[in-house]
Write a protein that binds this ligand. Structure first.
Ligand code: NDP
Length: 320
C-alpha cells in the first residue's frame, strides 16, 4: 500500500480542515512558530504539505526539505513568504471567491454603521436612555448623496460595488490596471480618487506597494465629510495619521475591520467617538469559514491526487 502524504497543521487552523483530511493524509501538528529543530527527528523530512492560517515565513519553510505545497486559510496570503516558497518550487494556495459575498456584506454593514452610528443607537436603547432621556440624536452623516471610491476592485471589491449600486450612490474605483468591463468611473491614482469622492472603501491586499498608502494626504483629499472604511488590511492605513484626522475633523468618520498590529487596536482609535471598530470579522460566519476550510483541504487533496492545486496564488508555480 502507498504511504499517505504527511501534512503539517501549523498553529490554530479551523478543525474542519483536519476533519476533511483525516484518513486521506497523515496529520502532524505543531505550534504557530515552526522553528528549526522543533519537530521530532525524522518528521520534518516526511512533510509534503502544510495547512496554515497566519504566518509561515522563510525560516519555517526552510525546516521542511521535502515540502511541496502550503495551503493558506484565507484569501490574503501575506503571512506566507511566497518568495521563499517560489524559490524552492513550492506551491502556495489561498481561498479566493468563497468569501467574497460575506466580506462584501460586512463592508456594507460597516459603512452603514459608521455613517448612521447604529451600534451607538443600540447601546442607547439597551442602557435605557431612550426611555429615560428620549430619542437618540440624529446622525450628522448619511449615505444619501455620497460618492464612493473603492480602492481595489478585485473579487471582493467588485461585490462591494455591485451591492452599492442598490444604494443609489455614485461608484468609482482605483486599481493599478483599469477593469474595462466594470461600469464604474476609473481613477488612475488613489489621491485623485480621494479628491473626487467623500467615501473611501479599501479592499486591497497587503503588499509592499500598499503600505500606508491611505496617509495624511489622502485623508485631507477625502475632506471633512469624508468616511474611510477598511476591510482589506490594516497595513494599508497610516493609523497615526487617521487618528489625527479623525480628531481634527479632517475626515468625519472611519469604520475599520482590520488593524496594523492585530489584535492590538491603537488607543486613539478606540477613544475616538467617530470610529466604528470590528475585530477582523469580515468573513467570520460558520458557513463561510467552513467553505474556506474545505478549499484548504481540497487544495491539498487535489495536489496529492493529481499534482495540480485548485487555487494557487499567482506568484508560485502551478506544478504539473
Ligand atoms: P483580489 O486579488 O481579487 O483583488 C485585489 C484588488 O486590489 C485588485 O483589484 C487589484 O487591482 C488591487 N490592487 C492590488 N494592489 C494594488 C495597488 N498597489 N494599488 C491599487 N490597487 C491594487 O483580492 P480579493 O478581492 O480576493 O481580496 C483583497 C484583500 O482583501 C485580500 O488580499 C485580503 O488582504 C483582504 N481580505 C480581508 C478580509 C477580512 O476579513 N477583513 C477577508 C478577505 C480578504 P490591480 O492589480 O489592477 O492593481
Amino acid at each position: 500500500m502507498q504511504e499517505k502524504p504527511k501534512v503539517l497543521i501549523v498553529g490554530k487552523v479551523r478543525e474542519r480542515v483536519a476533519e476533511r483530511l483525516e484518513g486521506e493524509v497523515e496529520l502532524v501538528r505543531c505550534s504557530a512558530a515552526l522553528e528549526p529543530g522543533k519537530l521530532a527527528p525524522g518528521i520534518a523530512e516526511g512533510i509534503r504539505g502544510v495547512a496554515v492560517s497566519g504566518s509561515f515565513d522563510a525560516a519555517a519553510i526552510g525546516c521542511l526539505p521535502n515540502l511541496q505545497i502550503i495551503a493558506n486559510f484565507g484569501v490574503g496570503y501575506d503571512g506566507v513568504d511566497v518568495g521563499a516558497a517560489a524559490a524552492r518550487g513550492i506551491v502556495v494556495t489561498n481561498t479566493p471567491d468563497v468569501l467574497n459575498d460575506e466580506v462584501a456584506d460586512t463592508a456594507i454593514a460597516l459603512l452603514l454603521n459608521t455613517v448612521r452610528r447604529f451600534p451607538e443607537a443600540e447601546t442607547w436603547l439597551r442602557e435605557g436612555r431612550w426611555e429615560r432621556t428620549g430619542a437618540f440624536p440624529l446622525s450628522k452623516l448619511s449615505l444619501r448623496g455620497r460618492s464612493v471610491g473603492i480602492y481595489g476592485l478585485g473579487r471582493i471589491g467588485l461585490e462591494i460595488a455591485r451591492r452599492l449600486e442598490g444604494f443609489g450612490v455614485s461608484i468609482s474605483y482605483h486599481t493599478r490596471s483599469r477593469r474595462e468591463e466594470a461600469p464604474y468611473v476609473y481613477h488612475p491614482t488613489l489621491i485623485g480618487m480621494a479628491e473626487a469622492v467623500d467615501t473611501l472603501i479599501a479592499i486591497v491586499p497587503k503588499t509592499p506597494e500598499t503600505y500606508k498608502t491611505i496617509d495624511a494626504g489622502v485623508l485631507v483629499a477625502l475632506g471633512p465629510n469624508g468616511v474611510l472604511i477598511n476591510v482589506g488590511r490594516g497595513w494599508t492605513v497610516d493609523e497615526e495619521a487617521l487618528a489625527a484626522a479623525l480628531e481634527a475633523g479632517t475626515i468625519a468618520a472611519a469604520g475599520l475591520d482590520v488593524f496594523q498590529d492585530e489584535p492590538h487596536v491603537p488607543g486613539a482609535l478606540l477613544a475616538a467617538p467617530n470610529t466604528c471598530l470590528l475585530p477582523h470579522v469580515a468573513s467570520a460566519s460558520v458557513a463561510t469559514r467552513d467553505a474556506m476550510a474545505d478549499l484548504v483541504a481540497d487544495n491539498l487533496l487535489t495536489w496529492f491526487r493529481t499534482g495540480r492545486p485548485l487555487t494557487p496564488v499567482p506568484e508560485t508555480p502551478v506544478g504539473g
